[in-house]
Design a protein around this ligand. Structure first.
Ligand code: NAP
Ligand code: HSE
Length: 443
């Protein structure tokens, strides 16, 4: 192996100089000695792609770097070894990465939206070109779960994975629950702290967590789960009163991304029964004694169940400049060490499509809040709608009339999503509900 003195610095074309790009520039300077000791090379940023050359910047331009608005100045510069894509979004980022790979550059990105929705062609291109395409920062910020699934747990069969995958939503839920903040105020704070996506609907409607879950499913199971097929529900409109009622039952409400193997009954052609994946993003009640319930603020967590390791729990900051930049820098260090590409963790270029459990078949307990008239027999009628679909009520709270009716809040025993939806449609059709029912899964 060549010595440090002989090795050329790794030259970076940095696309994006916002929260994460700025954090990376800062960290490259702060940790320059560490990078040299761990990789035997220096790293330097040669060019930085931005939209607006005149914009005031929080972070000074790194020595020797120049700003540009021309992506080709990164992708086609023969002196640049690696393009770091931190501009976000789909179209411009796809063109940039595709061109960078075409020009023989390695690529590091934090862009889960692109990799989840349209990443397959890019992974295939990277494989054909023998280039590294790394993306640790795209899932759960500082939490090193991508490499853990790809390398450290490669010898395990993952049976389930569940986590809090969006820092902005978790920040909002924590601030609403612990400090009584309004949803909009908490979202604004998350934006000011640099946690939210440029389009925060991706965070609050669950799509950002969904992008990350798609990447985790690919890593854990070696299959493509089509993004469009993933059931996604975010935290928009989640009411403070439901956070309060959930607490009375001993639960916290969290935005959860989950995938688990479901083995169907054995058939003649498949003695063990075929394996399908049950995957989705949804707000859920998590019992306060579970570790996931204690993950607060911008923190993310991923719990993995694997056949050899058993249960593992990863926890850390899910967003923010330096936490995310640290993950980008680790990827750059792997590039500097010229590691063999192992982009998806599987040798096939074409991963098979996942067999999927339809959401109506999912089984869980439920939290339900209905607003009903405070009149004799209403409780019996609501219970009757549940019983007609085979649903058994486990616990119940009834509050005083609030003008719009009485909130009747209950937890059910395990049932299917279809039975729950049918029961609530019965209640609606019977004229029992003063407002649409609110219901969440219970983990
Ligand atoms: P950001 O603060 O909005 O910064 C985006 C940067 O990209 C800006 O410097 C912007 O230029 C530049 N840019 C955007 N579109 C461009 C285009 N079409 N051409 C040239 N430059 C363009 O975004 P961020 O929060 O750093 O996020 C970047 C990526 O990291 C996203 O994919 C995001 O999902 C991901 N990520 C973010 C976090 C986080 O905590 N923020 C964590 C993990 C992953 P101007 O400065 O001139 O506007
Ligand atoms: N907007 C994302 C979040 C950034 O809040 O989790 C980290 O991926």
């Amino acid at each position: 192996m060549s010595t440090f003195a002989e090795r050329k610095p790794l030259t970076i074309g940095l696309a994006g100089f916002g929260t994460v790009g700025g954090g990376l520039a800062r960290l490259l300077e702060e940790n320059a000695d560490l990078v040299r000791r761990r990789t035997g090379r220096d790293m330097c940023i040669r060019r930085i792609l931005v939209r607006d050359l005149e914009k005031a910047r929080q972070i000074p331009l790194p020595a020797g770097a120049e700003l540009t608005t021309d992506p080709v100045a990164l992708t086609d510069d023969p002196d640049i070894d690696v393009v770091v894509e931190l501009i976000g979004g789909i179209d411009h980022a796809r063109v940039l990465i595709d061109r960078a790979l075409e020009q023989g550059k390695h690529v590091v990105t934090a862009n889960k939206a692109l990799l989840a929705e349209e990443g397959l062609a890019l992974f295939q291109k990277a494989a054909r070109k023998g280039r590294i395409l790394r993306y640790e920062a795209s899932v759960a910020g500082a939490v090193p779960v991508v490499e853990a699934l790809k390398e450290s747990l490669a010898g395990n069969r993952v049976t389930s994975l569940m986590g809090i995958l969006n820092g902005t939503s978790n920040y909002i839920l924590s601030e609403m629950g612990s400090n009584g903040l309004d949803f909009d105020v908490a979202l604004k704070q998350a934006q000011e702290k640099g946690y939210a996506e440029a389009d925060p609907t991706l965070d609050i409607d669950g799509f950002d967590a969904a992008h990350k879950l798609i990447l985790l499913v690919r890593l854990a199971y070696g299959v493509n789960y089509p993004y469009a097929a993933l059931p996604v529900r975010g935290i928009r409109g989640l009411a403070a009163q439901d956070i309060g009622f959930a607490r009375e039952f001993g639960y916290r409400i969290k935005l959860i991304g989950q995938v688990r193997e479901v083995r169907s009954p054995a058939g003649e052609d498949c003695p063990e029964g075929p394996v399908r994946l049950e995957a989705g993003v949804f707000p859920a009640l998590v019992h306060h004694t579970y570790l996931l319930a204690r993950v607060g603020g911008v923190y993310n967590a991923v719990r993995v169940e694997a056949n050899a390791a058993g249960a593992l729990f990863f926890h850390g900051r899910g967003a923010g400049d330096l936490p995310t930049a640290g993950a980008v820098l680790a990827d750059l260090m792997a590039v500097a060490r010229e590691e063999m590409p192992n982009n998806t963790g599987y040798v096939e270029e074409d991963l098979p499509t996942a067999a999927i459990v339809p959401p109506e078949e999912w089984r869980s307990c439920y939290y339900v809040r209905v607003m009903v008239e405070d009149a004799p027999g209403v409780l019996r009628d609501i219970s009757g709608c549940m019983a007609a679909e085979g649903i058994s009520v486990a616990q119940m709270i009834q509050k005083a009339d609030e003008g719009a009716g009485v909130p009747l809040v209950f937890m059910t025993h395990e049932t299917t999503a279809k039975a729950m939806s049918d029961a609530l449609q019965r209640a609606e059709a019977a004229g029992l509900l003063r407002e649409p029912a609110v219901y969440y899964r219970v983990l």
